[in-house]
Ligand binder design. Structure first.
Ligand SMILES: Cc1ncc(COP(=O)(O)O)c(C=O)c1O
Length: 483
């Protein structure tokens, strides 16, 4: 590499020196570098955001053909995260996962995909006209969470589909549970299959040894991480790492240019670079603090009678080999409320916003920015729920469905005619769309799959319990294929 050290920020420096030139502006964006800002937004954000809102001007390089400061910035980021090469992304892990799929699997070829993939994987499968071969991870029955894929499950799937080109694995899951990537990657590579990893929730892993090991270090071929999820970078920022020689880089850069804006936002990329510098300098200390804060939270929460939290005892079960202790998950059974109800009450009565709720749990993300006061507020609210229990009996769990029969691939389904019908009478119909509780956006039914009575009952109950389910509209209608 370069003359730069990990404390340098070549991209931010170049943007700053460009802005300092104060050039007369006859170019995009239309705010003429902060001279024409809608009042309301200027009052909220100030002028500076607009001053630095540049794209493709002289001296600050171009994301789709990085040769100068952005190239240097990406090289520094790759070095900090331990990968051979990295591409900055301005449309989240969504575009990273789509690009990993479309660059490594051609139309009609097979991609082995973990079933609890984010919906962006289905988008990549659809756009790339790829044939998905689903693999079911283990389920944690008491939490109704899909956890890790067992190595033997992957081996069996490969034995049945030796012509698969790549496998897309998601690790960690939303709850910070990481599966046996070392073994899964070994099996795939032994069978000449490319390994793509959705590590959207693991961008912080390279910066502390007590966090799970990043799949970058496990030898995966491509890894996508959302820098906006756990690092202090702006929303929509993400990284796509590449290792080894199995990836066709020309195809990958073509796909990235097709799927990403030709005017990538420089504020976003500046925030990636600044976060990388911050992690290189202070990552250890910040993540130590986050882990301490999360432990403090669990200790305090466990003082509430009967309350349960997810902790390291999960390691070694359900295909989970490592766990990110900054993820704070509370089980709501003893509170006799669903997680959805708790989320609503936390919002409306306690002014607390959490990351996610599910049927019987809720999840908070803890970072170096979380404080003891934040935790005390959460613990106080949770104690209130324990003293004022609800009426919801969560003992009778609804099961996560088996993978439904696939009649059409997602790309075929996308092109089929369809009609709307009431969801309650959709048993046996073929879904046109993804049907997925959101968040986390994991599909229960994918486009082209049969909607079973079991899925109808389960999702109806989830909606009654307060879940938002994408794919079922406000009139309880769904789109099904008519031919
Ligand atoms: C596992 C996983 N992958 C991908 C995504 C998409 O990430 P982004 O919001 O960065 O586009 C998400 C979003 O929640 C996710 O949870």
């Amino acid at each position: 590499m370069t003359k730069y050290s990990h404390l340098d920020t070549p991209f931010i420096d170049a943007v700053k020196s460009y802005v300092d030139k104060n050039r007369t502006a006859f170019h995009m964006p239309g705010h003429a570098r902060s001279r024409l800002i809608p009042e309301q937004i200027e009052a909220l954000l100030g002028k500076n955001v607009f001053k630095y809102d540049l794209t493709e001007v002289e001296g600050v390089d171009y994301l789709h053909k990085a040769e100068g400061v952005l190239k240097a910035s990406q090289e520094l980021t790759a070095a900090a995260f331990g990968s051979e090469q990295v591409f900055y992304l301005v449309n989240g892990s969504t575009v990273g996962v789509m690009s990993m799929i479309m660059s490594s699997v051609k139309p009609g070829e097979k991609l082995i995909v973990q079933r609890n993939s984010h919906r962006c994987a289905i988008a990549g499968i659809t756009l790339g006209n790829v044939t998905p071969i689903w693999i079911q991870p283990e389920m944690i029955p008491e939490y109704q969470i899909l956890a890790g894929v067992l190595p033997e499950t992957l081996q069996r799937t490969i034995d049945e589909n030796p012509d698969a080109k790549a496998v897309l694995l998601t690790s960690p899951n939303y709850y910070g549970m990481a599966q046996n990537m070392m073994e899964l990657i070994r099996i795939a590579h032994e069978n000449d299959i490319i390994v793509l990893v959705d590590e959207a929730h693991g961008a912080h892993f390279p910066f502390h040894p007590d966090l799970p090991t990043s799949s970058i270090d496990r030898g995966a071929d491509m890894i996508t991480q959302s820098t906006h999820k756990s690092l202090p970078a702006l929303t929509q920022t993400a990284l796509l790492h590449v290792n080894g020689n199995r990836i066709d880089l020309d195809r990958l850069t073509s796909v990235l240019s097709m799927l990403q804006s030709s005017s990538p936002n420089y504020l976003l990329m500046m925030s990636i670079e600044a976060s990388r510098k911050m992690m290189s300098q202070h990552g250890m200390e910040l993540w130590s603090r986050a882990m301490e804060t999360a432990s403090y939270a669990r200790e305090e929460l466990l003082k509430i009678p009967e309350l349960q939290v997810i902790d390291e005892s999960i390691i070694g079960k359900y295909g989970i080999v490592e766990w990110d202790s900054t993820k704070l998950s509370v089980l709501t059974n003893s509170l006799r409320h669903s997680g959805f109800e708790i989320e609503h009450l936390l919002n409306s009565q306690f002014n607390i916003e959490i990351e996610l709720s599910a049927l019987n749990n809720y999840l908070c993300f803890i970072t170096g920015g979380s404080t003891k006061e934040d935790i005390d507020h959460l613990v106080k609210a949770t104690r209130w729920f324990s003293e004022n229990k609800g009426n919801t009996d969560l003992k009778e769990f609804i099961r996560i469905p088996q993978i439904p029969f696939q009649v059409y691939t997602p790309a075929e389904a996308f092109n089929q005619p369809y009609e709307q019908i009431p969801f309650k009478s959709a048993d046996g119909q073929i879904s046109k769309r993804i049907i997925a509780p959101y968040p986390p956006g994991i599909p229960y039914v994918c486009p082209g799959e049969i909607i079973t009575q079991n899925a109808v009952e389960m999702l109806t109950q989830m909606k009654l319990d307060g879940a938002v389910v994408q794919g079922i509209d406000e009139n309880e209608m769904v789109e099904v294929i008519t031919e």
